[in-house]
Structures are given as structure tokens and as C-alpha cells.
Design a protein around this ligand. Structure first.
Ligand SMILES: Cc1ncc(COP(=O)(O)O)c(C=O)c1O
Length: 367
């Protein structure tokens, strides 16, 4: 058998996790797992909602269609885009990662332009699709020097992974507008946003007024449904949507019908909206306490935040991966999130979306 190599590497997030689990066994003591990117303050409570679904219906037992169920695409238009998105411009995808890959495959670009600190999987996906990677320091750089990114796909992730930094919405829209003037495509991949922007908002509707934007989003983080593998993508460019849809057809023939029915119910029923809202509220409360704990105890890598507080589910702290592991905390060195690893070994990304009482217990010995 001759195999075509992927030239990708296993993510550091996975290897750190394996190492921490091994140490747990060897030391017979639990570790605080902060290497992952999942909300773990609470699970979303979906038992009642799942029970209300009719499993013996065609809704669940029959192919859901490549683009995804029309009613779900309309519900997404209503809850994300104030109803202004055409459901034909929305595809239901098996998680955000597949939307990123579909986008990388479907666009003719020379490179992917990522934020200075970026989620490693963007880089690995670029390798998989034989695209090179470039970085941009700030949104302001995009506005000032857009020509540096000609023929590139600019990725905006906000709040960011790994830093959890939040740009002003107007600065995002401003950058998107400037890049549009220069005919540069933007991939808006911000799966953590809705955890914090829970109320009705017009941001996504304003974003898609710019025809150069592809939105990739997911219910993994914003609804705690990473196990269901479901998300969506949107573009007003019909050629792009059609190309992505063909690739989706031959990659997966659509997305699990149960996951679609579940998300539809969560978006459109009173009980569903309540379950999502409870999950987000509890998640936000403990995240805020954890971030304040880091700030108050001098643990936050302040140099990365330019006087702003992190907002997302991640933060960078001024301790090494090894020191944290020695204190039974799994984390990923910031060196793995940049093209300049040597400068950032002394900092680590942690997931701050865990119950505050555990967070405090594990971090107190480090203070
Ligand atoms: C920035 C970012 N985008 C996209 C994803 C993809 O998540 P999923 O495929 O579960 O939707 C992740 C997951 O960690 C992420 O951190």
C-alpha cells in the first residue's frame, strides 16, 4: 500500500493531555486538565430536550440533505444574523474544523494569514492543503498595510485562541471593510464569541454585509456540544457556497440528523433557549472569577494583553508547561501557538472554563 502523507503533526494539545493522564495514573492523583479547548464549568443539560425528539421519524432516520435541514438554516439565520441571511448561503457542517478545511480547499489563495498567536490546527490544516502560513500582528496592521495580504485568506478569531483577547467589534468590521476594498477574503472563525455575547446582537448581520467574508461557526463551544460535531458556515458568494457544498457532499454527505434536530430545538424552543442560556451564564461566571484570580495573583501574561482583560475561554499565564505539570495542571506552552516559538516558552495557554473552586485549589500553591 502506498500512502500519501499528510505532512501534519499531532497537536501538542493531544500529547500534553496524554502525558497528564499518564501522570495521573502513575501518581494516583487527579490533574486539572487545562490543555483542552472545551467549556468544562458545567455540561449543557439536554436530557429533557433530547427526550422530546421523535427518534422514529424521518427527521432523524433519513439523510438530512447535503446543505443541512432548511428549518435549521433558517433558525441560524434568525438567531445569528437577525434573519437577514439567506438560508441558501448557509451550510450545516460537521464542526467548525470541517468548515475551515472546506474553506481552505475551495479558495484560490497563496497563503493563510493568521493572527500572531494562533490555534495550531489552522497551521496544520494549511499544511494539509499545501498552503503557506503568514501572520499579522494586529487588526490595525491589516487596515494600515492591507497589500501585505493580497491573495491571502485572512483569518480573524475573536475572542482569540490561544490568548482570549477581544478586539472591539468596530475594529473587526473596519478591518473587514478595508480588506474588502482590496479584494481580500476574510475567514471569521470565532466559535467562543456566543458564550459571551448571549443577547440579541447585530454584529453578524453587519459582518455579512461585506461580501468578502466567510463565517465559520460551531455549536461545540457556544452550546457545549463538541461531541455532536455540528456547526455552520455562511458566505454570500454563491460560487463559493456551491464549491464548499460539493466538497461536503463527497466528504460526508451532510451532518448527523440527530445533531441537527437537537440544535434546532435548542435554538427555537423556550426550553432549548433556557438550557443554552443557563449553560452560558454558569460558564461565564466561573470564567470571570478564574480570570480575576489570575490577574489578582500576578499570573496573567500581561505583556500579551495591552492593558485589556482576556475574555475568551483561554488565557496565557506566565508559567511554563513543565512548572504547571509539576503542580498537577495540564497546559500548553505558548511556543506552540506562534511562528516564533523560542520567545514564548515561559508562558502557557490554559483553558479558564473550569469550576472556580477547582481552579483556585490547584493554582493557590503557585501563587
Ligand atoms: C479557534 C477554533 N476554531 C475552530 C475550532 C473547531 O471546533 P469544532 O470543530 O469542534 O467546531 C476550534 C476548536 O478548538 C477552535 O479553537
Amino acid at each position: 500500500m502506498k500512502v500519501i502523507e499528510t505532512n501534519t503533526e499531532v497537536s501538542r494539545i493531544l500529547t500534553v493531555g496524554q502525558c497528564a493522564r499518564q501522570l495521573e495514573i502513575e501518581n494516583a492523583t487527579p490533574f486539572l486538565m487545562l490543555h483542552r479547548g472545551v467549556n468544562a464549568v458545567v455540561n449543557i443539560d439536554i436530557n429533557e430536550i433530547a427526550r422530546s425528539l421523535d427518534f422514529n421519524s424521518d427527521d432523524i432516520q433519513v439523510y438530512p440533505g447535503t446543505a443541512g435541514k432548511e428549518k435549521l438554516r433558517n433558525a441560524i439565520s434568525d438567531s445569528y444574523f437577525e434573519g437577514v441571511a439567506d438560508s441558501d448561503n448557509i451550510l450545516i457542517i460537521p464542526g467548525g474544523i470541517s468548515g475551515l478545511d472546506l474553506t481552505f480547499q475551495s479558495l484560490q489563495v497563496d497563503a493563510i494569514a493568521l493572527p500572531q498567536f494562533f490555534w495550531g490546527s489552522y497551521g496544520q490544516l494549511a499544511k494539509l492543503r499545501k498552503l503557506s502560513v503568514n501572520t499579522y500582528p494586529t487588526l490595525q496592521t491589516l487596515v494600515k498595510y492591507p497589500h501585505k495580504y493580497t491573495n491571502q485568506l485572512v483569518v480573524i478569531c475573536d475572542p482569540g485562541n490561544p490568548l482570549g483577547e477581544k478586539n472591539h467589534d468596530d475594529d473587526i468590521l473596519n478591518a473587514v471593510e478595508r480588506l474588502y476594498e482590496e479584494n481580500i477574503t476574510v475567514l471569521f472563525d470565532s466559535p467562543y464569541r456566543k458564550v459571551f455575547y448571549d443577547q440579541k446582537e447585530n454584529f453578524y448581520a453587519r459582518l455579512i454585509q461585506h461580501p468578502n467574508v466567510v463565517v465559520v461557526d460551531s455549536f461545540s463551544k457556544s452550546m457545549g456540544l463538541s461531541g455532536q460535531r455540528i456547526g455552520f458556515m455562511h458566505s454570500v458568494n454563491s460560487m463559493f457556497v456551491s464549491a464548499a457544498k460539493q466538497r461536503l457532499l463527497y466528504a460526508s454527505n451532510g451532518v448527523n440528523a440527530f445533531a441537527q434536530e437537537l440544535v434546532y430545538t435548542l435554538l427555537t424552543t423556550t426550553e432549548g433557549c433556557q438550557a443554552v442560556s443557563n449553560f452560558r451564564k454558569k460558564t461565564r461566571t466561573d470564567i470571570a472569577k478564574n480570570i480575576d484570580f489570575l490577574i489578582n495573583n500576578g499570573l496573567l501574561s500581561t505583556e500579551y494583553y495591552r492593558n485589556s482583560k482576556p475574555l475568551g475561554i483561554f488565557a496565557s499565564i506566565n508559567r511554563t508547561e513543565e512548572e504547571l505539570l509539576a503542580n498537577k495542571i495540564s497546559a500548553v506552552s505558548m511556543a506552540y501557538f506562534t511562528l516564533e516559538p523560542e520567545k514564548h516558552h515561559n508562558h502557557s495557554r490554559i483553558c479558564v472554563s473550569v469550576p472556580h473552586k477547582f481552579f483556585k485549589k490547584y493554582f493557590e500553591p503557585l501563587v
